[in-house]
Write a protein that binds this ligand. Sequence first.
Ligand SMILES: [Zn+2]
Length: 322
Amino acid sequence: MLTKITDTIYKQVVPLPNNPLREINAYLIVGEKNLLIDTGFNRPECEAALQSAFDELGIEDTDLFITHLHSDHCGLVPKFATKNSTIYASETDGELINFEVGNLYWRILDDLFIKYGFPKADFGRNTDIHPGRKYCHESRVDFTYVEEGDVLEYGGYKLKAILAPGHTPGLMCLYDEEKKVLFCGDLILGTITPNICIEIGVENPLQDYLDSLKKIDKLDVDLLLTAHGTPVPDMHARIAELQKHHEDRLAEVVTILGDSWKTAYTVAADMTWEIDCKNWDEFPGPQKWFATGEAISHLQYLFHSGKVLREEQDGIYYYKVK
Ligand SMILES: [Zn+2]
């Protein structure tokens, strides 16, 4: 469904079938040049929804801005970019988006999760069923990299690029200071808390994320345009909720950990999750993966703030409270 948000900004809700996120909000800014912000997975249902927005608006050519590397945001870039399109992303996530094409990225990610205790037989070495991989773009993208402070002008908006890592290492927001409009990707979501997960080359993603929330909290925002879920009426109130959520999560992880050595995978099994499964064994593989990623980011935060010890045994990390 296409919704008009302002004179030149439209939102297209793109379905993500069989995915707990349900849908993604793709934004189109129309004008002399058009800009598409995020795309949906590389699957026919997403392509059809996005195409219907293009048809309704009579758009054939558009530039693209990709907020971050996840496939539900960039999966359709090669299908919607034409030879006239400029495709923007941060360098960090843009490089990773191109690295996602092929096997190596996914094998390195497998190894990373195995290092944090994910059993090889469970899902490790089998990221083929990871939705991010299954619905990934098929070819490399020729990006124009955007740096902090760069300004993109579309549809009467002057959109300043603001780097806000944490959800991914190079997540980039767009902010119009005068009109007080912020496109925030998955940095802030209304209905769910953004997944904070480990990524290749990242040590302490939760610290990065909390720093980004603080940075964005300083902005004056009247219209927050999130990549999933319903509108967020008060950005600052939602940021406070997200900060509280992670404080509570950190306390929960400390309690679960106690003074015995545990892996992130073991900790994840004992954390509370809003999922329709009776127990951890019932979790589908990809959900175990995301849950473990969440446990890793909280354990790494506690390790780096000196509250938790970490030891490596046979190539696997174990944690316990100091
Ligand atoms: Zn994401």
